[in-house]
Design a protein around this ligand. Structure first.
Ligand code: NAP
Length: 244
């Protein structure tokens, strides 16, 4: 099954590294025009060097007003991947208000805000569209020291469902993908320790972490017309972790 995005315009947040970067590049490969949004200019410079067709936007998505300004003239967008997130690990009794606010601002509030901006345009044009929110297995399974991260991803799952409900009539589909651990920079924060990693892989029926490509392929499927009647799903990409 080949998925093509010719004639489509896509916006990917957190496109500087990891899953977001690979998604942006895969979308260009599939024929889409891509707007890559992230907050580190060096990452955008190297991304544009690697793929000059990409349109870079540098903004800290935790800043609501700066985001509105940066995306004001972004033009029509058919496909949105809300991928940017941060993972700050703290034991429950040590969670700080700063970590809580930062994580909710990026992982939930910014996803809502960027989706509002994009979906308003989709609705006005009557063109429909597809939005994928990048969540996590941590939205549905408690992970030690992940209090705030788990809570943000649960919130994102419900955001996905309500967006699917309200935007469906305008033929805008909204789905989430919920990966297990992927060894990106973020994955390494929680899972570099071999003992911790082994404890996690032993709970994944397929016995391994996900590769970036596993996650990107599921994102591309949900963005594409191959999932034209799929709306409001929470799709694990977890080798069966959440089934147990
Ligand atoms: P990553 O390698 O850390 O990349 C995250 C990207 O988001 C970076 O480019 C980062 O930029 C950007 N970003 C973070 N905060 C931002 C902000 N305030 N404004 C703009 N950009 C911001 O992470 P990843 O592993 O690819 O994760 C991608 C998504 O997958 C996230 O939603 C994550 O929660 C989810 N996920 C990851 C795993 C995993 O194990 N890796 C598992 C399940 C779900 P900077 O580097 O400049 O901050």
């Amino acid at each position: 099954m080949e998925i093509k995005f010719s004639g489509k315009r896509a916006l990917v947040t957190g496109a500087g590294k990891g899953i977001g970067r690979a998604t942006a590049l895969a979308l260009v490969h599939g024929g889409a025009e891509v707007v890559a949004v992230t907050r580190t200019q060096d990452d955008l410079d190297s991304l544009v060097k690697e793929c000059p067709a990409i349109q870079p936007v540098c903004v800290d998505l935790s800043d609501w007003d700066a985001t509105a300004k940066a995306l004001k003239s972004i033009g029509p967008v058919d496909l949105l991947v809300n991928n940017a997130a941060c993972a700050i690990l703290q034991p429950f009794l040590e969670v700080t208000p700063e970590a809580f606010d930062k994580a909710f601002n990026v992982n939930v509030k910014a996803a809502l805000h960027v989706a509002q901006i994009v979906a308003r345009g989709m609705k006005a044009r009557g063109s429909g569209g597809s939005i994928v929110n990048v969540s996590s297995q941590a939205s549905q399974s408690a992970l030690k020291d992940h209090t705030v991260y788990c809570a943000t991803k649960s919130a994102l799952d419900m955001l996905t469902k309500v967006m699917a409900l309200e935007l469906g009539p305008d033929q805008i589909r909204v789905n989430s993908i919920n990966p297990t651990v992927v060894m990106t920079d973020m994955g390494r924060i929680g899972w570099s320790n071999p003992e911790k990693a082994k404890a996690m892989t032993s709970r994944i029926p397929m016995g391994r972490f996900a590769e970036v490509e596993d996650v990107v392929n599921s994102i591309l499927f949900l963005l594409s017309d191959k999932s034209a009647m799929t709306n409001g799903v929470i799709l694990p990409v977890d080798g069966g972790f959440l089934a147990c």
